[in-house]
Design a binder for this molecule. Structure first.
Ligand SMILES: [Mg+2]
Length: 266
């Protein structure tokens, strides 16, 4: 199995940030920002970063496949290829576009490398701090060079996390509202990549998620798993990017995950 050098990815992302992301940070004109659908904004920077990564990543593994958030918005059928292609790159060019547009700090670039159903390696890069969080299947997760190990033993009523409340159907929505009161605090960055990283760094305890596009979740899932955390669909199966299940919980420890699942079953 191929192993991609983290340094190579860090250099690539540093260069792309310098060329596309940082010059337009707090410097976007109205023409740079568009609606990509009814709810979501996209910028020329998202599009340029994704195109550049598409080119550069395919050079790293010739004949590999590429799925990007912005490419998907124009040609949704690209997402059906995970079961058919061997090496596949999945990219979110800017996670936290709204923060980027508003000149806020929480936004990252996210890359995943999969091989059919296996998540081989993932990367989350912060253009402002130049921190790279990386993970490799069976080899752990790292914040730059520091190994990430989850030691979180929090209980449900001490725990802090986020609930993505946008997309629940009515039945689940009521359960989620009830569940909300079990936690100490609900808070979100509007940048899911950094919330996953928080779990691996013992800063955040849980995520309750809906609408699972792989570019949003693949990177963080492997980072949390390799740091010792837990993930489960409401059906108690583990996350799998080839599945179209849409409701997931991610926690720093199994016991907390199990308690949240039990509350959802009540
Ligand atoms: Mg994005």
């Amino acid at each position: 199995m191929i192993e991609i050098d983290n340094y190579k990815i860090k250099t690539l992302l540093f260069d792309i940030s310098k060329k596309f992301i940082l010059p337009k940070y707090k410097n976007l004109s109205n023409n740079d920002i568009m609606f990509k659908n009814k709810n979501d904004l996209v910028t020329v920077v998202d599009i340029n970063v994704e195109e550049e990564l598409n080119k550069k990543l395919l050079n790293i593994i010739p004949n590999s496949y590429f799925i990007g958030e912005e490419k998907f918005s124009k040609t949704p059928e690209i997402i059906n290829q995970y079961n058919e292609k061997n090496y596949c790159w999945t990219v979110d060019p800017i996670d936290g576009t709204k923060n980027y547009i508003n000149g806020k700090e929480k936004f990252v670039i996210m890359i995943s490398l999969t091989y059919f159903k296996n998540i081989l390696q993932t990367w989350i890069y912060n253009p402002l701090t130049e921190d790279l969080v990386s993970s490799r299947m069976n080899y752990g997760s790292y914040f730059n060079d520091k190994k990430l190990i989850i030691t979180n033993t929090k209980n449900i009523n001490d725990s802090i996390g986020s609930i993505s409340s946008k997309y629940w159907d009515n039945d689940k929505y009521e359960k989620i509202i009830k569940l909300k009161n079990s936690f100490k605090k609900i808070s979100s960055y509007g940048c899911i990549g950094l919330e996953y990283v928080d779990i691996a760094r013992n800063i955040r305890d849980f995520l309750v998620l809906s609408k699972l596009y792989p570019w949003d979740h693949l990177p963080g899932i492997l980072i949390v798993r390799e740091a010792g955390g837990f993930d489960s669909y409401f059906t108690e199966r583990s996350y799998n990017h080839c599945s179209d299940e849409q409701n997931l919980i991610v926690t720093g420890n199994y016991q907390l995950g199990k308690k949240i699942l039990n509350k959802l079953m009540e």
